[in-house]
Design a binder for this molecule. Sequence first.
Ligand code: F6P
Length: 319
Amino acid sequence: MKRIGIMTSGGDAPGMNAAVRAVARKAITEGLEVYGINYGFAGLVAGDIFKMEAATVSDMISRGGTMLFSARYPEFAQEETQLKGIAQLNKFGIDALVVIGGDGSYHGALRLTEHGYNAIGLPGTIDNDIPYTDFTIGFDTAVNTALDAIDKLSDTAASHERTFVVEVMGRGAGDIALWAGVAGGAADVIIPEHDFDVEAVAAKLKSSRERGQKHAIIVLAEGVMHADEFAAKLNQYGDFQTRATVLGHVQRGGSPTAKDRVLASKMGAYAVELLMQGKGGLAIGIQNNQLVNHAMTDLFNSKHETELSLYKLAEDLSY
Ligand code: F6P
């Protein structure tokens, strides 16, 4: 193997650049040539590919977003489109590649491996919804961004004795909500993985108010319902001075935390080691603080397990 390609695919996540840097620098250290592929699988098919040097990734470790741009490209599910991508890999002499993205991106990576171009997947998404990894690249930063907003909303909530419903991202996963909720001292966390009862939430707020706790933060995962809808339902059971805030894409941006940078660096270097061993079709993860790799096919048949003990913890610690 002489040349490897790198791409980022799906939604961007803080730490993707740190992962690109790690792949590029480790590969160059090992004597390989590195090619960046812009716009994920769409850019591969279009031949939007360029040679990267060690300097290309200078100062990238601290930057949010992705220097390689990203795109969602469902067309890559078609064999005809895959063959166009392979023609580009051949044209640039790329033997193997690293794909940084979510679950969807792994399908494209697996197709390339099946065609004889080893591809390794790195979990890059704020959602933390990928099986066989405790953490994805970008999750920690997104949680801290959500937490910063929750802390600020708590200040104004306390000043006006209001209840804030704060909607966070996560697609179908409640991980951002749980982590930001526990860390932000939320009165309740509403996630898709756990049933909930708005009347019970209202009863809890009422009794908290009677005990003197007159403001509250409720963290709501986007996979459940819109914050305005939840606030309207809550208001049917009492006057909680409710306000709804949707944090949205602010959670996708920003300089990655140290934890995300280190995770991305470890995973990026490990991906290059695996490719040098002639391996492909693997997804990298971190489990119990150890780097692991699993067959992508195993991931497609599994579900990410949200740490539900955090749900009970949030309940137990609310007042
Ligand atoms: O997967 C990351 C994510 O930000 C999800 O949390 C969210 O549901 C989705 O992407 C939003 O997608 P888009 O940026 O395409 O609107």
